[in-house]
Design a protein around this ligand. Structure first.
Ligand SMILES: Cc1ncc(C[n+]2csc(CCOP(=O)(O)OP(=O)(O)O)c2C)c(N)n1
Length: 200
């Protein structure tokens, strides 16, 4: 039996597996913004800390990432967002596109669901992300579809982290992540830990 995600396996990876894989490409000084809900929990438990773990504020990760990228021009800022968050925050993408901070990278984890709140479907299944994002004015977009295997995904994550300029990577993932525990930090602690990291 072929194992999941190896070689030519057809099954999509799960969101937390993509986040874990991204972790293998990090150099250490990247700044990461996780969208609210499951993604932030996965970022907290799977990647080095501290990062920005959004709580409640759905739709805002791109706006937060944009501000961070502008204020920290010497560091790569990686926004990891669910499809529900990305679609809710589309308005901020026109600003992202007009400013095009070269250190901003956006990773869309698309499970076609609001998984955090019980798995209601988003409208992702009818959207062509590459076309939509290019229409907004961002040229450097790559979409990973269901048939891409782990090797292709690794290449694209490498492209996202090592490439120059504003880049967006959209990955279709399989729903069904295991539950990750709530982030045990009070929002003030999240802010303070992150602020002390970027002020050093
Ligand atoms: C304005 C607003 N609407 C609804 C919610 C409730 N809510 C929290 S997370 C979430 C789902 C986020 O979906 P997505 O970004 O696709 O991530 P996933 O849960 O699938 O990992 C929802 C609806 C909220 N926090 N704020």
């Amino acid at each position: 039996m072929p194992t999941r995600n190896e070689g030519g396996a057809k099954q999509k990876m799960k969101g937390h597996e993509i986040i874990e894989l991204l972790g293998t490409f990090l150099q250490g000084n990247e700044l990461i913004v996780g969208s609210n809900g499951n993604i932030s929990r996965q970022v907290f438990h799977c990647l080095p800390r501290p990062q920005v773990y959004l709580r409640g504020s759905m739709g805002l990760p791109m706006a937060v990432g944009l501000g961070l990228a502008i204020s920290q021009p010497d560091r790569k800022v990686i926004v990891i967002t669910g499809d529900g968050n990305f679609l809710m925050g589309l308005g901020s993408m026109s600003t992202v596109s007009s400013l095009k901070p070269s250190n901003l990278k956006i990773l869309i984890i698309d499970n076609e669901l609001y998984a955090t709140t019980g798995g209601q479907p988003t409208v992702s299944s009818v959207i062509n992300y590459e076309t939509m994002i290019r229409g907004i004015g961002v040229e450097t977009t790559v979409s990973i579809q269901s048939n891409d295997n782990k090797t292709v995904i690794q290449e694209k994550l490498n492209w996202l982290l090592k490439g120059n300029g504003l880049q967006i990577l959209h990955v279709k993932v399989q729903p069904g992540d295991p539950p990750f525990e709530n982030i045990p930090w009070h929002p003030k602690k999240i802010k303070n830990e992150f602020m002390s990291r970027i002020s050093t």
